[in-house]
Ligand binder design. Structure first.
Ligand code: ADP
Ligand code: ADP
Length: 238
């Protein structure tokens, strides 16, 4: 489902690579947490998977397609099957919860025209379904800036899910949330993961969350893969 082979990324004007010679292979059904300190290469790793990151070396194969050398049009098609959630949510201000959720499937311009009723019943039902899944159906008409951090991230999750993704990626989705809210978000992610049989890959710096929810943990240090295994296989040394 996802395969990285000898992947190295070096940013312009940097001496050391951000990720170095990464080899990683994973199938649908795994809930992967990526652990590592700030600067370890976690965000870069996530970006290589959705094709946002030019590689210096190596290949990335997603859903049976080698994306590292793919043209933009085809890449967009692959990317539409990958849901993304972010640390700072990336919601569109002044739009409602529901309009933000629609942007996941239709982009900002069409989502804004939701009130004109141009979406099909099936599209609306799909959005309502995920609004209920994340517990925000009653808040669907509220402007997103009036939500709490945890609620904003739940909008982010619903927006990713209306794409009906095969892969869900998270770049530190709970780093700006308190511990209880973070746990709720991970619980929800794990639930959706199982219901939809996703491949889920989430960056997190809280080891306890990774141990509680991941089926597999990878550890990055200075851009190198230093651990890859089940939570139970982690030792204090790791
Ligand atoms: P993490 O997500 O684990 O904090 P990153 O992937 O963001 O790690 O960063 C890995 C390394 O690459 C760091 O040394 C960081 O400073 C560097 N880096 C990240 N993004 C850029 C960029 N756009 N330009 C230059 N260096 C970058
Ligand atoms: P955060 O502050 O939530 O960590 P950043 O602003 O660092 O997020 O953005 C993370 C990366 O995701 C950036 O490279 C950014 O260009 C990219 N990005 C932001 N919004 C989107 C989006 N809607 N779809 C795809 N990529 C995005």
């Amino acid at each position: 489902m996802l395969n990285l082979k000898n992947v190295t990324v070096t940013y312009e004007n940097e001496d050391n690579p951000a990720v170095k010679d990464l080899n990683f292979s994973v199938e649908r059904g795994e809930f992967v947490c990526v652990l590592g300190r700030s600067g370890a290469g976690k965000s870069t790793f996530i970006r290589t998977i959705n094709g946002l990151q030019p590689l210096q070396n190596g290949t990335v194969t997603v859903l049976g397609h080698e994306i590292s050398s793919m043209h933009e049009k085809k890449l967009r098609e692959i990317r539409s099957r990958i849901g993304m959630i972010f640390q700072h949510f990336h919601l569109i201000p002044r739009m409602s919860v529901k309009q933000n959720v629609f942007t996941g499937r239709f982009g900002q311009r069409r989502a804004l025209h939701n009130f004109l009723g141009i979406f099909s019943e099936e599209e609306k039902e799909n959005a309502d379904y995920y609004l209920k899944e994340v517990g925000l159906y009653e808040f669907r008409d509220r402007r997103v800036e009036r939500l709490s951090g945890g609620q904003k991230q739940r909008v982010g999750i619903a927006r990713a899910m209306v794409q009906n993704p095969s892969i869900l990626l998270g770049d530190e989705p709970v780093a700006s949330l308190d511990p209880t809210t973070s746990d709720h978000i991970f619980y929800l992610l794990r639930q959706l993961h199982e219901e939809k049989n996703l491949l889920t890959i989430i960056n997190v710096h809280d080891i306890a969350l990774a141990e509680k929810y991941a089926s597999r943990i990878i550890g990055l240090k200075n851009g190198e893969l230093v651990f890859d295994g089940r939570p139970a296989d982690m030792t204090a040394r790791d």
